[in-house]
Ligand binder design. Structure first.
Ligand code: PLP
Length: 418
């Protein structure tokens, strides 16, 4: 079979195609004329038009027309009390750490299997990240281990919704309420994911989203802070505007603006928000196309899971995920390394994921662990992420699946993967 890659400028008109699932015993090897990128976002076709409007208006700074429209979209879709656009999820997390009033020596409970920003945002305030293990099924913060990690210094629980699958929010919110802790959700990967029918971002006190190029809905670099706790809304606005009450001034609520609190420049240019609005408006289509690829992979690899060769993602019945990521858990590091090498040799960009924070140089310096982090360490060695994007075609997904199946066919079944 000759593989012809899709045009990288794939637009919203991209059509679904029906494919049979590859056979496990398939020995046919696709001939690649080009590579399959790990990430292939979709251009909706409206991005440039919206950016042109911003440039014509000569109002390119933050909090312009498009910023407000993005915030309105998020507030409506997520059902949060307020949403503030930021220039990254990292910025939104840093705002959350200031809002949480964490002081040097205060503790923040979070998974070690996450991106550095979840921890760094709090370390910048002098707080100590306390790393707790993840659940073996969803790879999210193990809520059953959180209470044991709480001390008199604990201020915040920062769950991360890995791969767009929600953490067990009922349990986490119950613990937070009992110990008077703030819940800062790292929802970088979880736009339009749901927990028990509620959008992720509508449950914790504050939630940080990412619109980085690798996420479902993108604008290059971008983020948002969703705020649910009414008392935090006004302060969040101030923190985002360099510690000033400029937002109040623009609304005509004060006759001049001044420095009232600590803060920084966390707001994005309206040019970024113009790009993002075009994406948000087409988010249903983006989700649909990602879900098609995700479901294709999931069915194609079912047989490998039955044979005990691979473990597929687990989605609890009460969680609706957003097809952010398709990963496989191999038997061990050696198998994962060989799988990634094989895919690379065929022009398929697959990737491992986080190096656990608790054993990273900065994690050792600034943080501590609570309990063993066995699942974290093991997951870090076994997890391989496959190409996925709304601009990807089912033909490309079929090629990826074929390669994984051909590789796995040669791997001896060593143990039943849990
Ligand atoms: C879990 C998590 N948190 C935070 C971030 C940081 O997001 P951003 O690049 O928008 O700052 C990422 C980015 O990949 C992430 O995956």
């Amino acid at each position: 079979m000759v593989y012809t890659p899709s045009d990288s400028s794939t637009n919203i008109a991209h059509k679904s195609q029906n494919f049979a699932f590859p056979e496990t015993s398939s020995t046919s090897v696709s001939v690649f004329t080009s590579s399959i990128p790990f990430n292939n976002p979709l251009n909706t076709g409206k991005e440039l038009e919206y950016i042109r409007q911003v440039i014509s208006s000569k109002r390119t700074a933050g909090d312009g027309v498009f910023t407000k429209q993005c915030q309105a979209w998020l507030t409506q879709q997520i059902g949060c009390r307020n949403a503030l656009m930021t220039h990254s999820c990292t910025a939104a997390l840093e705002m959350a750490a200031i809002l949480a009033d964490v002081q040097p020596g205060d503790e923040v409970i979070l998974p070690s299997y996450t991106f550095v920003s979840t921890a760094n945002a709090f370390v910048l305030r002098g707080a100590v990240p306390v790393f707790v293990d993840i659940r073996p099924d969803t790879l999210n913060l193990d809520e059953s281990q959180v209470e044991a990690a709480i001390t008199a210094k604990t201020k915040v629980i920062a769950p991360v919704h890995y791969a767009g699958v929600s953490c067990e929010m009922d349990a986490l919110l119950e613990i937070a309420e009992r110990y008077n802790l703030l819940v800062v959700e790292d929802a970088a990967q979880a736009i339009l994911s749901y927990y028990k029918g509620n959008p992720v971002g509508s449950l914790g006190h504050v939630s940080a989203f990412s619109f980085h190029e690798t996420k479902n809905v993108v604008c290059g670099e971008g983020g948002a802070l969703a705020i649910n706790h009414p008392e935090l809304v006004e302060r969040a606005e101030i923190i985002r505007e360099k510690g000033t009450n400029r937002s109040k001034f623009f609304r005509g609520e004060v006759d001049k603006y001044t420095w009232v609190d600590m803060g920084s420049s966390f707001l994005p240019s309206d040019i970024l928000c113009a790009f993002l609005l075009a994406q948000l408006e087409q988010s249903d289509c983006i989700m649909h196309q990602r879900m098609e690829i995700w479901n294709y992979y999931h069915q194609a690899f079912e047989v490998l899971e039955q044979q005990g060769k691979i473990r597929r993602p687990v989605i609890p019945a009460h969680c609706q995920h957003n097809a952010h990521m398709y990963y496989l858990l191999t038997d061990d590091l050696k198998t994962r390394t060989a799988l990634l090498a094989r895919l690379k040799s065929r022009g398929i960009q697959a990737a491992f994921h986080y190096v656990p924070l608790h054993s990273a140089p900065a994690g050792l310096k600034y943080g501590r662990t609570a309990g063993t982090l066995a699942v974290t360490d093991e997951t870090s060695e076994r997890l391989a992420r496959l190409p996925l994007g709304a601009g990807m075609t089912l033909l490309e997904a079929k090629c990826v699946a074929e390669e994984v199946l051909a590789f796995s066919h040669k791997v001896r079944n060593r143990r039943c993967l849990s």
